[in-house]
Design a protein around this ligand. Structure first.
Ligand SMILES: [Fe+2]
Length: 344
């Protein structure tokens, strides 16, 4: 375990942004596969703030589904564990150190309803958390982007590589994350700095071209060859490309088709990154086990397209891809918010 003293202060500072005070009740949730530094640093950081946190360590779960589940944001650690859920729901703060995070876990609403603030500490090497440490001023730009997204009727996305996508936003569920949360009954994640929407059913049509250097976070892999996705009525209906990247995507969707009837091909969420400290190239420096890729979802100016579960559209599946893309132009009702991959 690579426990660094200065990371204790880092965790304390981030938790302090959540408005914690001595006497608040706090839990640190982890699981068998969690990298051990993270819950240790969370415990020490909370204690530095004068709290007396406790730890919950969940056992591993049997394999679910046909392929590895990665990049889902839907931890299964609490599945079938009502006593653990109740303990977390009774806290005013939960440091979530599960591998995938509780963002889309089925048990999250039961935890939030009690008034807990949940901060998912993304399952990264602590260096990544350090470089992308949340700051108080990160909140305003994300709130501004959420307002724009909520009031828009349509998003259009284009790129020199050939992307031409139209996304209806009526009925979409909009969210935003800036890396900390002070409001009871809400969740945030660290690193933060992105805004997203889960479109209603039948909202997405067009062509999405993943270019060299764009990222598939299901595979934790930079694309080395372009992949052209034709999207009709929310679903990826054609995957063109000669390289391994296209072949891997075809294989993934075909495997899930047999299980979920094609739900994994449909849009999950769309949005863009706002974090200027997050770096596109960071994943190239890490072994896969040291990187969960939240930084790549957040780097400023990326367009994030995702396939898989979408409650706003009534679709459920564990098969999930997050696909951060560079060089896109994103507009809301004709007003550009990202131009050629740079925040407008
Ligand atoms: Fe996602």
């Amino acid at each position: 375990m690579d426990l660094q003293h200065h990371h204790i202060e880092l965790f304390a500072q981030t938790f302090a942004l959540c408005g914690l005070r001595a006497g608040d009740s706090a839990a640190v949730l982890s699981e068998a596969a969690t990298r051990p530094e993270l819950p240790q640093l969370a415990m020490l950081g909370l204690q530095r703030l004068g709290l007396r946190p406790f730890q919950l360590v969940m056992p591993g779960q049997p394999v679910q589904g046909v392929l590895p589940l990665r990049s889902t944001g839907a931890s299964l650690a609490l599945t079938g564990m009502p006593a653990a859920v109740a303990a977390l729901a009774g806290c005013s703060f939960v440091a979530d150190c599960t591998v995938e995070g509780l963002m889309h876990a089925a048990e999250l609403p039961q935890i939030l309803v009690g008034g807990a603030r949940v901060l998912y500490v993304s399952h990264e090497h602590p260096e990544t958390l350090e470089r992308c440490a949340p700051q108080a001023e990160d909140e305003a730009p994300v709130r501004d982007a959420m307002r724009r997204l909520k009031s828009a009727r349509e998003m259009t996305v284009s790129s020199a590589a050939g992307t031409a996508l139209t996304i209806g936003l009526t009925g979409a569920r909009v969210g935003g994350v800036w890396g900390f949360t002070t409001r009871p009954g809400t969740l945030s994640h660290w690193p933060g700095g992105l805004v997203l929407a889960f479109p209603a059913a039948g909202a997405v049509h067009g062509t999405l071209v993943l270019d060299q250097g764009d990222v598939n976070l299901g595979f934790k892999r930079y694309l080395e060859s372009p992949v052209r996705l034709r999207i009709a009525d929310d679903r990826v209906v054609a995957i063109d490309g000669d390289g391994l990247d296209a072949e891997l995507m075809r294989s993934h969707y075909a495997a899930w088709d047999a299980v979920d009837g094609g739900a994994s091909r449909a849009v999950s969420h769309i949005g863009w990154g706002l974090n200027r400290r997050a770096r596109w190239e960071a994943m190239a420096y890490h072994d896969k086990v040291d990187c969960n890729g939240t930084e790549l979802r957040a780097f400023a100016g990326n367009f994030l397209y995702s396939t898989g579960a979408n409650e706003a559209a009534g679709r459920h599946t564990p098969g999930h891809f997050d696909l951060p893309m560079r060089g896109c132009t994103v507009a809301l009702d004709g007003v550009t918010v990202v131009r050629d991959g740079v925040l407008a």
